[in-house]
Design a protein around this ligand. Structure first.
Ligand code: ZN
Ligand code: ZN
Length: 271
C-alpha cells in the first residue's frame, strides 16, 4: 500500500479557489477601511490648519495669513503642488506664514489625493513632464476672506458667519464641468494655496471650486479625468473636506463652493 503524501491537484485547486473567493469577499471591505482611514487623516490635517491659523492670528494682530502666500510664498506654475524643488524644505525662501506651524509634508498632502496623484498626477493643465509627481501640498485657503497684501485681513473684518465660511479646503488638480457637460465648475485648479470661488459671469469665467476626489471609487477615478478635447474632466459624485472658521470640519461638493466662500470688508472685488 502506497503512502500518500501532499495534495492532489484537485485538492490544491479547491484550496486556491477558496482563497480567491475569500479575497474577493474581503477586498471591498479592506479598500473601504483604507478610504475611511484616509478620510480621517485628511480631517485631522485640516484641524492642524485650524490650530496653525489660531497661533498665527494670536501672534499677528488677529490677522489671517494672506491666502496666496500662505504656505508657499510663490507658486511658479500649476506643477508647484508636486514640485519638490519649490518646497521650503529645499528652498527656505519660499516659506509662507503658515510654514513654521505646518511644515510637515504629511500634514500638507491629503492621502486621498496622494493615492490619486500616483496614478493620474500628470493629468492637469500645463503639466511640465520634466517635474516628477511628488505631492507637496493639496490644501487651499479661502481667497475671499483675505487680502493679497503681505498682512492679510483681521478676523474682525470677516462679515460672514464663522459656521458658514470656509478657511481651508481641497481643490482638484484637474478642470471640471458639471454633469450637464457645459457649465464650468472649476477651471483654475490646484495651482497655488488660494481657492477663489468666483461668481459665474459666463462659461469661460475662471473659477476655483471644492474638490471631488473623496468618496469616489477607483473605477470612477478614470471617469473624472480630463478626457474631453478641451481638457475638462467630467463631473463625478465625489466630495472634499472643508475646514470652517469656527474650527469644524464639513464634507462639501463642488456645487457647495459659493455657499461657503464668505465675505470680508477688505477683500478684492473679484467681480
Ligand atoms: Zn482630503
Ligand atoms: Zn504638473
Amino acid at each position: 500500500m502506497s503512502t500518500k503524501k501532499g495534495f492532489t491537484l484537485i485538492e490544491l485547486l479547491v484550496v486556491i479557489a477558496i482563497i480567491a473567493l475569500l479575497l474577493a469577499i474581503l477586498m471591498p471591505a479592506l479598500s473601504k477601511a483604507k478610504s475611511i482611514a484616509q478620510e480621517i487623516l485628511c480631517k485631522s490635517n485640516m484641524h492642524q490648519y485650524y490650530l496653525a491659523t489660531e497661533l498665527y492670528a494670536n501672534e499677528n494682530d488677529d490677522r489671517f495669513p494672506p491666502a496666496w502666500r500662505s504656505l508657499y510664498r510663490t507658486t511658479s506654475s500649476g506643477c508647484t503642488w508636486h514640485d519638490e524643488s519649490q518646497s521650503p524644505d529645499v528652498l527656505p525662501s519660499n516659506a509662507g506664514p503658515y510654514w513654521p506651524y505646518i511644515s510637515n509634508k504629511k500634514l500638507n498632502v491629503c492621502p486621498t489625493l496622494a493615492t490619486f496623484a500616483r496614478k493620474f498626477g500628470t493629468n492637469h493643465p500645463g503639466h511640465n513632464s520634466s517635474i516628477p509627481i511628488v505631492p507637496q501640498f493639496s490644501y487651499s485657503m479661502n481667497g475671499f476672506i483675505t487680502g493679497t497684501d503681505s498682512k492679510g485681513v483681521k478676523r474682525s473684518q470677516i462679515n460672514s458667519s464663522p459656521s458658514e465660511t470656509f478657511l481651508w479646503s481641497e481643490e482638484n488638480m484637474w478642470k471640471m464641468k458639471d454633469a450637464d457637460g457645459t457649465t464650468i465648475l472649476s477651471n483654475y485648479v490646484l495651482n497655488d494655496n488660494a481657492l477663489v470661488v468666483r461668481f459665474f459671469i459666463d462659461a469661460t469665467d475662471p473659477i476655483d471650486s471644492f474638490a471631488s476626489f473623496h468618496k469616489v471609487s477607483k473605477a470612477k477615478f478614470s471617469g473624472q479625468l480630463p478626457e474631453t478635447p478641451d481638457g475638462y474632466g467630467v463631473y463625478n459624485t465625489g466630495s472634499a473636506n472643508a475646514l470652517l472658521l469656527d474650527g469644524s470640519n464639513i464634507v462639501v461638493t463642488p456645487q457647495d463652493s459659493h455657499r461657503y466662500m464668505g465675505r470680508s470688508t477688505e477683500q478684492i472685488d473679484w467681480r
